[in-house]
Design a protein around this ligand. Sequence first.
Ligand code: PNS
Length: 162
Amino acid sequence: MQRVAVYPGSFDPVTNGHLDIVERGLKIFDKIIVAILTNPGKKFLFTLEERMEMLAESLEKFPNVEIDTFDGLTVDYAAHKKAHGILRGLRAMSDFEYEFQMALMNRRLNRDIQTVFLMTGLRWIYTSSSIIKEAAQFGGSIESMVPTLVEKKIREKFNTNN
Ligand code: PNS
């Protein structure tokens, strides 16, 4: 039986921290579905298509990774995809409360799907899509925090050259 996990998120945009979680998640699961939540209520820098494209290009070397979009509940999507787990990365303590709450709610909603947390690699502990976008917006270097192709796209959005 194939062990499948859904790795849900906004991925606005994908960072090296996300890629690290996928790569390490593949040591536990046979297949990972990276699922972008289509949330019309939230403002994103990149369109859904752009976020999908950046994920697909960044993860093309992994044959057992699928990129998809979903709406509604993550557990419903995971059940629909016959996944056994929901994969999430944990950085600092500050992530914990939100992730803990979400994992417990997800468990209440569907007891057959287990949330699996991986501690973010030390190199990525302080990075997030939001802080990377903020640095880039004001001309700060984001080199080696995101894949090169993503760095280029962020620069284009903000019209900066660093
Ligand atoms: O990258 P993010 O923004 O931290 O990802 C958050 C995400 C998409 C994992 C979370 O908002 C989510 O699962 N949303 C779907 C609705 C849902 O199932 N919520 C949790 C239980 S109510």
